[in-house]
Write a protein that binds this ligand. Structure first.
Ligand code: NAD
Length: 481
């Protein structure tokens, strides 16, 4: 059985303690590889390597850093099919999705930040006749990047690329649930000639390897994406050490559908925003609010299309929903379906585990599920389920829609469907969310700030926001008059 290795100081090595964790293939519910069960000893080695590499990498010319990151991007593109197959097998997502979205976006993250490094600038503030201030934007040093399982290589690279582009050295930990493409990235970095120690990838559990990264005094900043509870634990651990933090956390995103929307465009995008990646995208719209005059029409069409979605082998091109990432996560999703019924909801579609025969018999599959009849404040409508489960609720007025949309502790994203331009702007201004999509979903411009408000996170990624996060401003004031 293949054993993935840590990537430390430019080499692929086993964990110091020689302990290993099983890695499962969700489509089949079977162990297919092992990963290091790393601990503080491995993190110490990674941090040492990153510290040693920092003086040289931070002074490497921007051209050279750019070229290095571009080589990584090109290699990801060259190996797209292999990486997509690995990601689909590791995560359970449809191969088509990994091929069309996840892996190309990982490559574009490296490409974007390679070129952003060439454009990143700082300010000067002249005091006429007296002095000039200029601001240096300097890399922080060794930074920690910790990512989740839902978009494994894409979110991993979303942090690593800006950290490296700005001259930091990195200790990174992918999710222990989906380690494979991060491991393959280690091989790519070796092939691309990334200098040793600049990027170190350590595998293992969050409370061991992850916590050791957060704890290490030499790690000056943590860029974390994952659950809100984990984010709170990391914040509590990092705050007394005054580490810089970027926390991208959970969501319970509203999808607000007004009667004047373009129904056909709305319904086909709503299928994606509800069930893409088995609903395991932090930006999925899991609370759907529909204006009452089109509620029945919407319900009928949405239920019909949802029942027609194919759940199956992620490798099959006809599959629309693949496997759920792990058995405990599948159980959690199903427990929310049971809870929704206890809370008075009606399951209009789905609601069950899908059990196949043969090769996929032990895989973890859940039907795409629609629930209606729930009160806005109930747990099903308040807590993040992070699976193929959505609730639908009617509303009458714009004010009511806004109140419903803003009525959770989360504030990551929101989708609004309307052809009324003034209403779209009004709603966008008043929604509590870091990202508002109007008549679209998941459209991405890498230059824009990305992140959430309230319990969905602190700080922003994306564009120059990430470059600013990974650098420290230093003002230099020169008096000449
Ligand atoms: P998680 O919080 O369980 O784990 C995320 C990462 O943190 C993993 O690598 C894990 O090993 C590590 N970790 C766990 N405990 C740790 C600790 N004490 N110290 C340091 N590291 C620790 O999240 P998950 O289940 O992997 O991912 C799903 C969650 O991620 C959902 O809540 C989803 O909304 C969120 N998410 C948010 C965004 C966003 O941009 N806001 C994007 C994707 C996913």
């Amino acid at each position: 059985m293949i054993k993935l290795q840590n990537y430390i100081n430019g080499e692929l090595i086993s964990p110091v303690n020689d302990n290993w964790l099983d890695n499962y293939e969700p489509a089949r519910g079977k162990v297919y590889s092992q990963i290091p069960d790393s601990d503080a000893d491995d993190i110490a080695l990674a941090v040492e390597a990153a510290k040693a590499a920092f003086p040289s990498w931070s002074k490497t010319s921007i051209d050279e850093r750019h070229d290095c990151l571009m080589r990584i991007a090109s290699l990801i593109e060259e190996k797209l099919d292999m990486l997509a197959a690995a990601e689909s097998r590791d995560n359970g997502k449809p191969l088509k999705l990994a091929t069309r979205v996840d892996i190309p976006r990982a490559a574009s993250n490296f490409r974007f930040y390679a070129t952003a490094a060439m454009q990143f600038s700082s300010e000067a503030h002249p005091m006429p006749g007296m002095a000039i201030n200029y601001t240096l934007r300097q890399p922080l040093g060794v930074v920690g990047c910790i990512s989740p399982w839902n978009l494994p290589l894409y979110l991993f690279s979303w942090k690593i690329a800006p950290a490296l582009a700005t001259g930091n050295t990195v200790v990174a930990k992918p999710s222990e649930i989906t380690p494979m493409t991060a491991y393959l990235l280690s091989e790519i970095c070796i092939e691309a000639g990334l200098p040793k120690g600049v990027l170190n990838i350590v595998h293992g559990l969050g409370h061991k390897a992850g916590a050791a990264i957060v704890d290490d005094p030499a790690v000056t900043a943590i860029s974390f994406t994952g659950g809100t509870k984990t984010g709170a634990a990391i914040a509590a651990q990092a705050a007394p050490k005054f580490k810089k933090l970027s926390l991208e956390l959970g969501g319970k995103n509203p999808n607000i559908i007004f009667a004047d929307c373009d129904f056909n465009k709305m319904i086909s995008t709503t299928m994606h925003s509800s069930f893409a990646n088995q609903g395991q995208i932090c930006l999925c719209g899991s609370r759907i609010y529909v204006q009452r005059s089109i509620y029945d029409q919407f319900k009928e069409e949405f239920v019909k299309r949802t029942k027609a979605l194919t759940v199956g082998d992620p490798a099959d091109p006809e599959t629309k929903l693949g496997a759920i990432v792990s058995e405990p996560h599948m159980e959690k999703i199903l427990s929310y379906v049971a809870l929704a019924q206890e809370e008075g909801g009606t399951v209009l579609a789905g609601g069950h585990r899908v059990q196949f025969d043969g090769d996929l018999a032990d895989g973890w599959y859940v039907e795409p599920t629609i629930i209606d009849g729930l009160a806005p404040g109930c747990r099903t409508n308040q807590e993040e389920i992070f699976g193929p489960v959505v609730t639908i609720t009617p509303f009458d007025t714009e004010e009511e829609a806004l109140e419903l949309a803003n009525g959770t502790q989360y504030g990551l994203s929101c989708t609004i469907w309307t052809e009324d331009l003034t209403r779209a702007h009004r709603m966008a201004e008043n929604i509590h969310a870091g990202i508002v999509w109007i008549n679209c979903w998941l459209l991405r411009d890498l230059r824009t700030p990305f992140g959430g408000t309230k319990q969905s996170g602190v700080g922003r990624e994306g564009g120059f926001e990430a470059m600013r996060f990974f650098t420290e401003p230093k003002n230099v004031c020169i008096k000449y008059g």
